[in-house]
Write a protein that binds this ligand. Structure first.
Ligand code: HMG
Ligand code: MG
Length: 305
């Protein structure tokens, strides 16, 4: 493998889980730093209910504030028809629908059972495709559920088949609560390979137990070429108690580039985005590589002031 596509989810998966709500202008500044670092696939927000995720209630305003760049794709989560209507009034390029492989997490997260969710997503995908938008699918709790524990791989396979039939081009498999280990990732991907082409799958690993980087690496060995990550290691799902951040983009970029796998991202520039996020959020972020380069980034910022 020579290159990997990284989907930067920090502005969405990250900020949805922060108690401090950033202003639209601050989010825009973070997005601009990420773009300056070479990020091309940028998940910026969610058109979910503002009462459920108040941190992202400025979704439309943020989407409209970002520069129109031909080589950067802005992505957003869309849970239902109402979300789609809101999203279609903005310049967001690509949408993602989402549901869980476990019933309880699905209900806690989107207030419906898995079966009831299907027609809702089907309608979103059909309407989005008709408007010329690509649609991605997320399946959460593939490797374990905070409420139900183990989740059978058959649940994931059935949901993936349904999503592909609807017309999503790719499905991101979520280790929502960061319980997966490399062996489990291999086993699940092997089991899914019977029905779902690996080219249609992406990996989304949270790092609650420190296994996300290893899981990401193993998923690449299994044929996956797209990984989700969050700058600084931000992230978590407010409806999955105890979930920590995503695999940090900095850590992934460092490891992959050292392994000769291109990411298209400039690590030093990326660290500047993470450092700004630390300032705006008033906390240290968990990315190991970000921390190791912090002094360097701070010196640079100091020079600029
Ligand atoms: P609901 O309350 O069941 O919605 O919420 P409803 O359809 O019954 O509608 C109730 C009211 O909400 C109506 O208004 C709707 O118009 C309005 P009223 O008629 O009463 O005035 N409404 C909306 N307003 C704005 N935007 C909307 C919208 N939809 C309905 N989109 C809903 C259902 C799905 C909206 C809610 O449960 C929700 O917003 N959930 C979002 C949860 C979420 O964002 N979770 C985090 C993202 S998923 C994640 O992090 C996992 C992932 O990272 C992968 C992984 O790690 O595994 C992707
Ligand atoms: Mg997530």
């Amino acid at each position: 493998m020579r290159e990997v596509t990284l989907v930067e989810v920090g502005l969405r998966d990250g900020l949805q889980n922060e108690s401090r709500i950033l202003s639209t202008a601050d989010k825009k500044q973070l997005a601009e730093r990420l773009i300056a670092a070479g990020v091309k696939e940028l998940e910026i927000t969610s058109f979910v209910h503002p009462r459920w995720i108040p941190q992202l209630s400025d979704a439309a305003e943020l989407a409209r504030s970002l520069p129109d760049l031909s080589d950067v794709r802005y992505r957003a989560l869309v849970p239902n028809r109402k979300g789609l209507e809101r999203a279609l009034e903005t310049p967001v390029d690509e949408f993602a629908v989402f549901l869980s492989a476990s019933e309880t997490h699905n209900r806690k997260n989107i207030n419906k059972g898995i079966r009831e969710t299907f027609p809702v997503l089907e309608e979103v995908v059909r309407a989005a495709l008709a408007r010329g938008k690509r649609v991605r699918g997320y399946v959460s709790t593939v490797f374990g559920c905070p409420y139900e524990g183990e989740v059978p791989v058959a649940n994931t396979a059935e949901i993936c088949e349904g999503l592909l039939k609807m017309g999503v081009y790719e499905i991101s498999l979520g280790d929502t609560i960061g319980v997966a280990t490399p062996r489990q990732v291999k086993e699940k991907l092997k089991a899914l390979a019977g029905t779902i082409p690996v080219e249609r799958l992406a990996g989304h690993f949270h790092d609650t137990r420190g296994t996300a980087l290893a899981n990401a690496y193993v998923s690449l060995e299994m044929g996956i070429t797209t990984l989700d990550s969050a700058f600084g290691g931000l992230g978590g799902c407010p409806y999955a108690p105890g979930a920590a951040g995503n695999v940090a983009t900095e850590d992934l970029v460092y490891m992959l580039e050292q392994e000769g796998i291109r990411t298209g991202i400039d690590l030093e520039a990326l660290c500047e985005a993470g450092w700004l996020a630390e300032k705006l959020l008033g906390q240290r972020l968990p990315s190991k590589v970000l921390q190791s380069m912090a002094a360097h980034c701070q010196a640079k910022e100091g020079n600029r002031e």
